[in-house]
Design a protein around this ligand. Structure first.
Ligand SMILES: [Zn+2]
Length: 61
């Protein structure tokens, strides 16, 4: 598997992160899930957190 957190298009990265997160919050999970943890979810979480933070900051104006 190639790394996907390389500088690709930012919007696309956020889109993928949102899909990964959504798969886990609905309980479907993914190929990388283990009983205790998931590296995909661990990858997506900080990306989405940062994105939401920036969006929230932009909405405060
Ligand atoms: Zn997973």
């Amino acid at each position: 598997m190639s790394r996907i957190d390389e500088p690709v298009d930012r919007a696309f990265t956020i889109e993928v992160a949102a899909l990964v997160e959504s798969a886990h919050t609905t309980g479907r999970g993914c190929l990388y899930c283990t009983p205790g943890d998931c590296e995909r979810q661990a990858w997506a979480r900080p990306i989405l957190a940062e994105h939401r933070q920036k969006r929230a900051a932009a909405c405060l104006r």
